[in-house]
Write a protein that binds this ligand. Structure first.
Ligand SMILES: [Zn+2]
Length: 290
């Protein structure tokens, strides 16, 4: 997929620097210095550390390993991660343009979601988010959340590598945002607790795949060979994103409510062919004909 040089979204929030301080780093540092400069190096380091402590530059808890704290600091990231970060910004900008014009065609304003990039865990309006959940959308704060390490998981565990698959994942979550703007998500979540709630959930997920297909439809001139197959593999592999239980305000992973791989691919393809929001009604068809 060709993405370099394209517009970047300004709606991406970088929360990767917000983390719980770890003391493991001190040991690693001592080991490193010891190997390189011997015992002399370690002694010098300890003196520097002691002075810094005395001057109040370092939290003793951090050195002793007794306490942890929330820190916002500079982000250490590999060039590979920085490239993913830049990529995510372009994909989000792309969804803004595509759904902005789709909404304009229906004379409706499009309120773009924000996308927050974090590491490990994050506090959201829908409760605590964790990297293991995969990317998710929270209707409460209208944000998409992603830990970029998910993309490693996508490559290794799900055998769905490739930038188009990575973009598809975001497009699917933005699809949940579209459903929130249109009130569809709210209608489905209102049925929570009813016997047919799972069916409604599947319809909702398949529609988000359809909306991801709309995004792909508008990207056809940027595609490389094999890109659609990449997205298909991702759709096939990911059954595990999380959405909010509106009443409890919790994030509930729902592996079993995404529909079959075949259904997901079918609806993604429908979106890809049509490119129009109004052709993605997954709710008025009989359930077994989805
Ligand atoms: Zn979903």
């Amino acid at each position: 997929m060709k993405w370099k040089g394209r517009r970047s979204s300004t709606n991406v929030i970088d929360s990767r620097g917000r983390k719980v301080a770890s003391t493991a780093g001190v040991g690693v540092l001592l080991n490193m210095v010891g190997r390189r400069f011997g015992i002399k190096g370690i002694l010098i380091l300890i003196v520097i550390g002691a002075v810094a402590w005395k001057l109040g530059l370092v939290d003793p808890g951090m050195l002793l390993g007794g306490s942890s704290q929330t820190q916002t600091g500079p982000v250490q990231a590999s060039p590979e991660e920085e490239e993913r970060f830049a990529f995510v910004k372009v994909v989000l900008a792309d969804t803004e343009d595509i759904f902005g014009s789709e909404f304009a065609r229906h004379n409706q304003p499009y309120q773009a979601p924000q996308l927050e990039i974090y590491r490990g865990q994050i506090r959201t309006a829908c409760g605590a988010g964790m990297a293991q959940m995969g990317p998710f959308y929270c209707p409460g704060d209208q944000k998409v959340y992603i830990d970029l390490s998910f993309y490693d998981q996508l490559e290794r565990s799900f055998q769905a590598p490739g930038d188009f698959a990575q973009a598809y994942v975001i497009a699917h979550e933005v699809g949940h945002h579209i459903q929130t703007l249109l009130g569809t998500s709210q209608k489905v979540h209102a049925r929570r607790g009813q016997p047919d709630f799972n069916e409604w959930s599947v319809r909702l997920e398949l529609q988000a795949d359809y909306y991801a297909g709309i995004w792909a439809h508008n990207n056809s001139h940027y595609l490389d060979r094999g890109d659609i197959e990449e997205a298909m593999r991702a759709a096939n592999a990911i059954g595990d994103d999380a959405i909010q239980g509106r009443t409890q305000g919790k994030i509930v992973p729902h592996t079993f409510t995404h529909g079959t791989s075949e259904q997901r691919m079918r609806w993604f393809n429908k979106g890809l062919k049509s490119g129009r929001i109004e052709d993605g009604d997954t709710f008025s068809i009989p359930y077994d004909a989805l």
